[in-house]
Design a protein around this ligand. Structure first.
Ligand code: FES
Length: 372
């Protein structure tokens, strides 16, 4: 079945950075919904709220672990509070424990299959709020794989703005020999005793030459603004890592903490070129929750927009090809994707697309939103 929103009670709204620039939101999942919300470390959820009468949707990565959901029935996310950000401002200033938010079940490809029999070294390069899914990944790797180890390179602007410092310290206390934390600060004074620098090519090259041996790392997790992720990919490639292999190098794009965020996780908008004349009508067949709807729409219109004109309940969040929430399978016809690096090669080969980033090529296209 397709993704659908479920109202979840808020268990806690807590500070996640010393300077108050981030909060951690805990959602309580009743026993009956725990299978629906089961997830893999590194995935994210979409929240929906009505603020001043306007519907807002945002996707946020989970910092809690699959085990915490099974054991305690909680999902926890990290929210960077962006100046002027309507959703993050609502979460930080208005939302109270006991209230409800609509939540879509977790999705996302920034993950891997942890195996108790495996012995591996994992490395994460996370900038700003990019530490959120990395916290879940590191905790899960260390708990599930008793012989594996993790290195986390975490870039923040200042000590006070760094997210989840206490949670990372707790994790380090629990696994002192298998977890290595390397915090880097871009706006702390050089000579303060703290590691100073941005997570750019120069800094990463220095760490790969000293603190992290690329040849010993089985899988990499890169999470942060596009500039950081691109620099990390390039640096890893220069050190012999096959950064094009998405089973070795996993990436997740977050906006910069200072960006005027409309969403929590965004990619640069990609223009959609009409494949045929914009005036040429196409027929789109939408399969959702076992029901079929048909719409004729002008060429050049994104398939998500066309589909929502007949099925407004469709799942979506970012509309920029990042969150994967709108994922569907093309079961008839052909489409062209102009963005959506969030899908894996296997998903693309299997016919999955992101309708928010796709236009039709053939006159008739059928999208199935029920195929998971
Ligand atoms: S709505 Fe986020 S990928 Fe389409």
């Amino acid at each position: 079945m397709s993704l659908r929103f479920h109202p979840l009670k808020i268990g806690a709204v807590e500070q996640a950075a010393a300077d108050g620039s981030a909060v951690a939101l805990t959602c309580l999942v009743p026993v009956a919904l725990r299978a629906v919300f089961a997830f893999s470390a590194g995935q994210h959820i979409t929240l929906r709220a009505y603020v001043d009468g306007v519907e807002l949707r945002r996707s946020y990565s989970l910092c809690s672990t699959p085990e915490q959901l099974r054991r305690d029935g909680v999902l926890r996310i990290g929210v960077r509070v962006v100046p002027g950000g309507r959703f993050s401002g609502y979460v930080a200033e208005s939302l109270r424990p006991g209230w409800c938010l609509d939540v879509l079940p977790p999705v996302g490809n920034f993950t891997t299959a942890f195996d108790p029999g495996r012995r591996a070294h994992y490395a994460a390069i996370a900038a700003g709020s990019g530490i959120t899914p990395v916290l879940s990944l590191a905790a899960t790797a260390l708990a599930v794989e008793p012989r594996s180890s993790v290195t986390v390179l975490h870039g923040s602007r200042t000590v006070d703005s760094a997210m989840f410092v206490e949670e990372l310290a707790d994790l380090k206390n629990r696994y002192p020999a298998r977890l290595r934390l390397v915090p880097v600060f871009s706006r702390e004074r050089a000579g303060s005793g703290l590691s100073h620098g941005r997570l750019d090519h120069v800094t990463l090259t220095r760490y790969l030459a000293t603190a992290l041996e690329p040849g010993r790392v089985a899988e990499w997790f890169l999470c942060g603004p596009p500039g950081v992720v691109q620099a990390a990919r390039r640096t890893l490639a220069e050190h012999g890592v096959d950064s094009a292999d998405d089973s070795i190098v996993h990436t997740e794009l977050f906006h910069g903490d200072t960006a005027p965020a409309a969403t929590a996780r965004i990619a640069p908008p990609s223009p959609v070129e009409p494949v045929r004349s914009p005036g040429q009508p196409h027929e789109l067949v939408v399969v959702l929750d076992g029901r079929t709807s048909v719409v004729r729409h002008p060429g050049g219109q994104r398939l998500l927009d066309a589909a929502m004109s007949v099925r407004p309940e469709l799942p979506y969040s970012c509309r920029t090809g990042v969150c994967v929430t709108c994922r569907a399978k093309v079961v008839d016809g052909e489409v062209r994707m102009t963005g959506g690096a969030a899908l894996t090669e296997q998903e693309l080969a299997a016919g999955y697309v992101l309708p928010c980033q796709a236009v039709p090529v053939t006159e008739r296209v059928t999208l199935d939103f029920d195929v998971s």
